[in-house]
Design a protein around this ligand. Structure first.
Ligand SMILES: Cc1cc2nc3c(=O)[nH]c(=O)nc-3n(C[C@H](O)[C@H](O)[C@H](O)COP(=O)(O)OP(=O)(O)OC[C@H]3O[C@@H](n4cnc5c(N)ncnc54)[C@H](O)[C@@H]3O)c2cc1C
Length: 572
């Protein structure tokens, strides 16, 4: 590959998500001349589509609120969660640098966070876990602060917006659920809708950025304030090295290839391999051809970081028990034969929502995390027939009262009509269990028995079969106004409804092996000089597990920060 033009910098960052931008901003603030290159026409990657939550044990926001946490408790929890895959050196680096990273960004950049005080760790009964305080979210942002750069910020995932409007987590979401029950909530939502309407007229998009869009926007604003150039439609195509040291990369641009020489090295932050069907085939047990899997991540995340690093001897953590962060996905018909992807984060925990597999039986505490839900489904489906495209499938079920109160997946609560979701087949309905089973294609007799058993106990707010509502995390997703169990209500009031879910991911875990400085390791376990990985290009430190809300973005920004400092000679 030959490139005529050259460009020099200290640090080249490949990818404009949280991992890459954190590295770029940190390095710049430590005096380096930095360039960020992004393959797509839009910047922000999966980060811009995300919830924008970072999981940081013992973080400064929780401290300020007087919440109880400690580095030791965080370590105990992570050791428990990662089991045999616990990587002490990298976990210690994460625990030491995570709170410092938050302080650094809050004090020196436009990145600001808010605490989710009730956002429980996902396994709150495990040693070292706490029921809230480790998850922090990007503070909403006014898109006008980005100036012209708002036009190239990747928009949020369409399916999780309300007709294109972003809905923040926590309080804001609660107002949406209560819109028909409280005048305050109705007024709050009306105000947001009016503002959204105005934004659409004047800017053609929502300008009130929340969640991942706020995080990506705040990172972009910080980078722009520091004068960091961001090249769009500029994929890294090949790494350059001299005597084993990475010295830059060949970058494709509209005007031809450019040789970028980077004196301090290159940070790979291309967002992992969620769209690399071959790697999915190798590592995703539920996807024997690599195609029986659906991802809401952006299409450019094709595993380029791994492919770029392999010729230099880089290794990947293929031994992790889960190669990605799993999430149940429902496929939303777009009306033109294509489908959108709706990730099911919160509806499963609501009272009156249960899930059944192809055999018509429940298989999990539905209020558990998306990662745990999917693992249980794959296990329960081992000997069951698969869906029309060979996919593992399940159905989320609710009765009419629950459906209209909370919605289900892409179906919104009352007063949003649901006729079109029934017409396009996204939502199935039956007047009886047998009718619903026939509409969906799961076992009718087992389903009738499952419902009868569930409803018998639900009348008392109990779930002896799976313990839905038994953990702080379950209850966080439930409805506190429902007693005695905020996650349990009958599934018997009026018609029955179902939405089909399949296995998807939020990003991959099995990335490049790195050391505690985010340096990529070769086959001998030695750092490849000048080569760093951050975000999902770096192997997850969670050992294939998913301990809490924000366990990809927390480490992504922390190891980006670590890489930036190391490249600047701050942390030898
Ligand atoms: C709906 C949703 C919600 C989520 N919510 C959360 C959450 O709240 N908390 C959490 O921790 N995680 C969450 N996740 C996961 C999280 O968003 C990702 O793990 C994280 O954003 C990955 O960050 P990254 O920097 O590694 O990659 P990305 O943000 O995906 O950025 C990578 C960028 O690299 C670019 N790129 C690829 N190849 C090249 C190349 N060759 N040259 C140049 N550029 C390239 C891509 O185009 C992309 O823009 C969520 C995911 C989804 C889909």
């Amino acid at each position: 590959m030959s490139a005529n033009k050259t460009h020099s910098c200290d640090l080249l960052v490949v990818g404009s998500g949280a991992g890459g931008m954190a590295a770029a901003i940190t390095a710049r603030l430590h005096g380096l001349d930095v360039l960020v290159v992004e393959k797509e026409a839009l910047y922000g990657g999966t980060t811009a589509r995300s919830g924008g939550w970072l999981w940081i044990p013992n973080n400064p926001l929780a401290k300020r609120e007087g919440m109880q946490d400690s580095r030791e408790a965080g370590r105990t929890y992570l050791q428990h969660e990662a089991g045999n895959h616990f990587d002490a050196a990298r976990v210690d680096a994460f625990l030491d640098n995570g709170p410092a990273m938050v302080d650094f960004f809050e004090s020196k950049t436009a990145v600001k966070f808010v605490l989710g005080p009730q956002f429980s760790d996902y396994h709150p009964n495990a040693p070292g876990a706490i029921a809230g305080g480790r998850s922090i979210c990007a503070e909403p942002m006014d898109g006008r602060e980005l100036g012209a750069q708002i036009k190239t910020l990747r928009p949020p995932l369409k399916e999780i917006t309300f007709v294109g409007m972003m809905i923040g987590s926590g309080k804001e979401l609660l107002h949406f659920f209560n819109v028909t029950r409280s005048v305050v909530s109705a007024a709050y939502v009306a105000k947001l809708l009016v503002k959204y309407g105005r934004d659409l007229l004047t800017h053609g998009r929502a300008m009130r950025l929340t969640n991942g869009n706020a995080l990506a926007g705040r990172l972009a604003k910080s980078a722009a304030d520091l004068g960091i150039p961001l090249w769009l439609e500029a994929p890294a195509k090949q790494l350059l090295s001299e005597a084993g040291r990475v010295t830059g990369a060949v970058i494709g641009t509209k005007d031809g290839d450019v040789t970028v020489l980077a004196r301090k090295g290159v940070v790979l932050a291309t967002g992992g391999f969620p769209h690399d069907a071959e790697r999915r085939r190798q590592l995703y047990p539920h996807a024997p051809t690599g195609r029986e899997h659906y991802t809401p991540t952006p299409p450019g995340n094709t595993g380029d970081g791994i492919k770029l690093a392999r010729p230099l001897g880089a290794q990947t953590a293929d031994e992790l028990p889960n190669a990605a962060a799993w999430v149940p996905i429902s496929r939303v018909p777009n009306g033109d034969g294509s489908f959108g992807t709706f990730p099911h984060f919160i509806d499963r925990g609501k009272p009156g929502v249960i899930a059944v597999a192809r055999d018509g039986k429940r298989f999990v505490n539905e209020g558990n995390s998306y990662h745990d839900f999917c693992q249980a489904l794959v296990k329960a489906s081992k000997d069951l027939p698969r869906g029309p495209e060979g996919e593992v499938e399940a159905w989320l079920i609710a009765d009419h009262v629950t459906l209209r109160r909370y919605g289900l997946g892409h179906v919104k609560p009352f007063p949003v009509p649901l006729a079109h979701q029934l017409a396009n087949g996204y939502l199935k309905r039956g007047q009886t269990p047998a009718e619903l089973a026939a509409a969906c294609g799961f076992d009718a007799d087992n389903f009738a028995a499952t419902l009868a058993d569930y409803n018998k106990h639900a009348a008392k707010g109990e779930d002896p079969a799976f313990g839905k509502g038994s953990t702080a995390y379950n209850r966080y997703l439930g409805d506190p106004s429902v007693t005695p169990n905020p996650c349990i209500a009958p599934v018997s009031r009026g018609a029955l409804y179902a939405v089909r879910v399949v296995i998807g991911d939020l990003g991959s875990f099995a990335g490049l092996k790195t050391d505690a400085h985010a340096q990529v390791l070769d086959g001998q376990g030695q750092p490849v000089p000048g080569l760093y990985a951050a975000g999902n290009d770096m192997a997850s430190i969670m050992g294939g597990n998913y301990p809490g809300g924000g366990i990809t973005l927390g480490p992504a920004m922390t190891f980006g920060y670590i890489a930036g400092r190391h490249a600047a000679g701050m942390a030898e």
